[in-house]
Design a protein around this ligand. Structure first.
Ligand code: PMP
Length: 432
């Protein structure tokens, strides 16, 4: 029987339990080392969890331990894991059509999704018609956005920021800031990259764009897995204005922040900014892989070439993923989950903001809506914190350039009591 998603944690076998240990050992041997980070990291025997089931805010592992998922599955489960409307849509669609012909033959749900996303996305001039370019992963969608900008401007440089995370396929990796990801492949990354610190002053931004050869600036409106950083007040709007002045396009990477995470449908809305291209993924599919870029329809005209699609992939606009995405949009609207994220933020912030004073190992906390970062004093402390949290039944991930920022990213549907209990357990983990 499925567990309801509104339960509190229950640890029945100290995690990782015996079954997780056995399976993660086999997984480490069957897959390339490192794909499953903890399994076999640095040659050490470090078994990871394996998830058996999830619903709402609960994850159950293969040993029967039940957790509260404060990762929302990398931010994917905004509507909760296995939302009944998402599951019903997947079931319905899987009885009709699992796959169509990507860039050759479409299907009706893809049309509906493109229309709904285009209507929602705050891109280009207000009131101008928008359109969508479908993709499978966040990284691919970032690459589509950059390719659009390169085609549209005929320029070759791209402005990105540090820290940032935009994915790790070669095109997106060029923009991602973390040296550990980039350095082994540096010879194969886009060489025409300009990098500025996140929040760089107006003068520096202006200087970077003034040469007139920058096609686009790619920015996370709130930095996600690279440490949860909010932009300085007015900075995104100033960046947008600078881009406009210098003929560069603004690409907002909302793969993490999109679909309510920070309290708005899209985080750029908080700053009153309408980018030229908006990249989204993660939460869109409710658990199925799907991503997209939204832009003014006129801007996408640059892809009209009369031949085969210049950018495509076998699985773009997968019918089942489109069905799931449409259900996610329905749930976000029906349950007003962006407003729910604001409410979660009002529960989280007063409590989290006491942590730096109460716990010596917490250096800082910051966030907005349902996206918070708890910066520990160092990587070891962050690791200890996330491990203790897991042992108490709370799933957390640490990120940031130095791996010391634990992210609090609950499903937007998490119950107030669940959240309060999760915070109690996290405080125990910090105190211990
Ligand atoms: N952009 C941002 C802001 C992200 O957070 C991520 C994933 N964490 C990506 C892009 C890449 O998405 P994907 O993993 O689906 O390629």
């Amino acid at each position: 029987m499925s567990p309801p998603g509104d339960r509190l944690p229950e640890i029945v076998a100290p995690p990782p339990g015996p079954r997780a240990r056995a399976l993660s050992r086999r997984l480490a041997a069957a897959e390339a080392p490192g794909v499953n980070t903890l399994a076999g990291a640095a040659g050490a025997e470090a078994p990871s969890l394996l998830w058996a089931e999830a619903w709402g805010s609960n994850v159950v592992d293969v040993d029967g331990n039940r957790y509260l998922d404060l990762t929302a599955g990398f931010g994917v489960a905004a509507v909760g894991h296995r939302h009944p409307r998402v599951v019903a849509a997947i079931e319905r669609q899987s009885r009709r059509l699992l796959h169509a012909l990507g860039d050759v033959h479409g299907h009706p749900l893809r049309l509906e999704l493109a229309e709904r996303l285009a209507a929602r996305a705050p891109v280009g001039e207000r009131g101008a018609a928008a359109a969508v370019y479908p993709a499978i992963s966040g990284a691919e969608a970032v690459e589509v956005a950059v390719k659009t900008a390169l085609l549209a401007t005929g320029r070759r440089r791209v402005l990105a920021f540090a820290p940032s995370y935009h994915g790790v396929t070669a095109g997106a990796l060029a923009l991602t800031s973390r040296a550990a990801f980039r350095d082994p492949f540096a010879a194969h990354l886009h060489p025409h990259l300009v990098r500025l610190p996140y929040g760089a002053g107006e003068e520096a931004v202006d200087r970077a764009l003034a040469a007139g050869d920058v096609a686009c600036a790619v920015v996370e409106p709130v930095v996600g897995r690279e440490g949860v950083l909010l932009p300085p007040a007015g900075w995104l709007a100033a960046l947008a204005a600078a881009c406009r002045r210098h003929g560069a396009l603004l690409v907002a990477d909302e793969v993490f922040t999109g679909f309510g995470r920070t309290g708005r449908w899209f985080a750029v809305e908080e700053d009153g900014v309408r980018p030229d291209l908006l990249v989204c993924g993660k939460a869109l599919g409710g658990g199925l892989p799907i991503a997209a870029v939204a832009a003014p329809r006129d801007l996408f005209e640059v892809w009209r070439r009369g031949g085969e699609a210049l950018h495509t992939a076998t699985f773009i606009a997968n019918p089942v993923a489109c069905a799931a995405a449409l259900a996610v949009l329905d749930v976000l609207e029906a349950e007003d989950l962006p407003a729910r994220a604001v409410h979660l933020g009002s529960l989280l912030s007063p409590r989290l903001e006491t942590w730096p004073d109460r716990f010596a190992r917490v250096a800082a906390v910051r966030g907005r809506g349902a996206l918070w970062g708890v910066e520990l004093t160092d990587r070891e402390e962050a690791k200890r914190f996330t491990t203790r949290a897991m042992e108490q039944g709370v799933l957390l991930l640490a990120g940031g350039p130095e791996g010391k920022v634990a992210q609090i990213v609950p499903p937007l549907v998490i119950g107030e009591n669940q959240l309060a209990v999760a915070l109690d357990l996290l405080e125990q983990a910090l105190a211990g």
